[in-house]
Ligand binder design. Structure first.
Ligand code: NAD
Ligand code: ADE
Length: 496
């Protein structure tokens, strides 16, 4: 279910902070936790350069830095701690927010970006190469303000901050009902880490998550997979606070997912393997927005591209772009490079990897690493050699070798620095607009979309930067096609 934002849809939540139990701190008091503060100068130089490529965020600063519409709001971010994110953080701060931040992936932090942010006394908890325990500790740190208070606003990418809160809340409900905590039954490493962390919090304060949830105004979600998680929560009637679907703004998914990946996929593969792409056969699994950008990218390098899809519409699109559409099982012996882009699990299995040709490269650009059966590969009889961080070679018993990039985590952020600043400016402008809407309207729980008019505004700002001249619609033309001269120019259902 997706609901349009409605001004009258205001919740009764109060913004005034309850002073939580201070006797037992949920987290250690730290100003920040990063790799090396000495990297701050490098980070600041890169921020200065990238700001010029992020006109959307700069325009929003100009528009709102005087009125400070986010003043008085505690804001937690769980999103790749890159240079572009540093500029988002400084925009949110400029608009008045009290910000704490963690990354949303163990490999995606640019340590110089984290250092530059830490230097400004913004609590940031992120470094490249976190363990899973460290990752979730960092998420908890970002969610815990002074006096054990939680955030009012959340910027999430993939839904991990939202998940920790919901799982903590659920655990407290279970305890209140059964007077004991449930046994940890999962055999998935990351789930065990989360469950253990939540039990630690519960011991310190059995009501922590119930205390913070009433003060959460909402979350803005960055990516396809995070939105899918939110939609599942709405279906299960478990979503505790409103959520803004940033991903499905046209100026996000039709730009970041497509044009962003079109450049950053190759960046990740090349920085990591230094391989010549021209002439290679690349198998792209999934032909959604990310798959389209990935396939187009590889084609532009002179690769032979094969696409796999489950959706006949996307498969037909791929075929009509001239891509060969096949089943993965049938092309394992042909591919030199395999890329998963589906947001789905078990796309490349251990069985598949065993059948690939010698020296095949396997990577994922979807949000989570479960697109590739990395656990099964690690538990198999294949010998693993780390060539360098985020590049592993596996040798099977028969002597055949494959390479796995970024341990199956998103290759563009694990092996490179993610999308370029300009396209992140379109995504992050939508993030800021979503945060402004949440702060102003305090809607009821549900999933909200940004109005198309704002999407058009984001595009308009970025057009200026590319020296493009937009044609002006005349009044009579506007009447003829049934739109307003000043937009929106398309109906909500239009798919771009
Ligand atoms: P999408 O829904 O547009 O595309 C996914 C496609 O995969 C769909 O067309 C679907 O039919 C197909 N698919 C599903 N299961 C499949 C299977 N078993 N075999 C083949 N195809 C299958 O989603 P998207 O916006 O393209 O995002 C894809 C993933 O990338 C998500 O996890 C998203 O969060 C992530 N993402 C990553 C980045 C990045 O920078 N790395 C950027 C944006 C999005
Ligand atoms: N997602 C993809 N690229 C990114 C970047 N450069 N910064 C933050 N999130 C990203």
């Amino acid at each position: 279910m997706r609901v349009q934002l409605n001004e009258s849809n205001k919740s009764m939540k109060t913004q005034k902070s309850k002073i939580q139990d201070q006797s037992k701190k949920i987290v250690e008091s730290l100003p920040y936790k990063i790799k090396d503060i000495a990297l701050a100068k490098l980070g600041r130089d890169k921020i200065d350069i990238s700001e010029k490529e992020m006109p959307g965020l700069m325009e929003l600063r100009k528009k709102y830095s005087r009125s400070k519409p986010l003043k008085g709001f505690r804001l937690t971010g769980s999103l790749h701690m890159t240079i572009e994110t540093a500029i988002l953080i400084e925009t949110l701060k400029d608009l008045g927010a009290d910000v704490r931040w963690a990354s949303c992936n163990i490999f995606s932090t640019q340590d110089e970006a984290a250092a530059a942010i830490a230097k400004t006394k913004t609590p940031v908890f992120a470094w490249k190469g976190e363990t899973l325990e460290e990752y979730w500790d960092c998420t908890l740190q970002a969610l815990t303000f002074k006096n054990n208070l939680g955030p009012n606003l959340i910027v999430d990418d993939g839904g991990d901050a939202t998940l920790l809160i919901h799982k903590g809340f659920e655990l407290e409900n279970y305890f209140n009902e059964h007077k004991k905590l449930p046994k940890i039954t999962s055999n998935i490493e990351e789930e065990i880490v989360i469950e253990k962390l939540l039990r630690k919090v519960h011991k310190l304060n059995p009501n922590h998550w119930h205390n913070i949830v009433p003060e959460i105004i909402g979350v803005s979600e960055e990516t396809t997979t995070g939105v899918a998680r939110l939609q599942q929560m709405v279906e299960d009637a478990t979503l505790l606070f409103p959520a803004f679907n940033v991903n499905d703004a046209a100026t996000k998914s039709k730009f970041d997912n497509l044009y962003g990946c079109r450049e950053s996929l190759a960046d990740g593969i090349k920085r990591s393997t230094e391989i010549m792409l021209a002439g290679k056969t690349v198998v792209v699994c999934g032909y959604g927005d990310v798959g389209k950008g990935s396939a187009q990218s590889m084609k532009s390098y002179g690769c032979k591209v094969i696409v796999t899809e489950i959706d006949p519409i996307c498969a037909l699109q791929a075929a009509m772009e001239g891509f060969e559409v096949r089943r993965l099982e049938d092309v394992l012996k042909r591919g030199n490079i395999f890329v998963t882009t589906t947001g789905n699990k078990d796309i490349i299995t251990l069985k598949h990897m065993k059948k690939m040709k010698d020296q095949a490269i396997v990577c994922n650009i979807g949000h989570f690493d479960n697109e590739i059966q990395v656990d099964a590969l690690n538990k198999s009889d294949a010998k693993r050699d780390q060539i360098k961080p985020q590049l592993d070679r596996y040798t099977f018993k028969n002597g055949k070798q494959i390479f796995l990039l970024a341990e199956g985590r998103l290759v563009n952020l694990g092996c490179a620095t993610g999308h370029a600043s300009f396209v992140m400016s379109t995504s992050f402008s939508n993030q800021v607009l979503a945060q402004l809407f949440l702060a102003k309207n305090k809607p009821a729980p549900g999933i909200y979309d940004l109005p198309r008019k704002l999407d058009e505004e984001v595009a308009r700002i970025h057009l200026k930067h590319l020296d493009a001249d937009l044609t002006k619609l005349s009044k009579s033309q506007a009447e003829y096609i049934g739109v307003n001269v000043n937009g929106p120019y398309k109906k909500d259902e239009y798919r771009y």
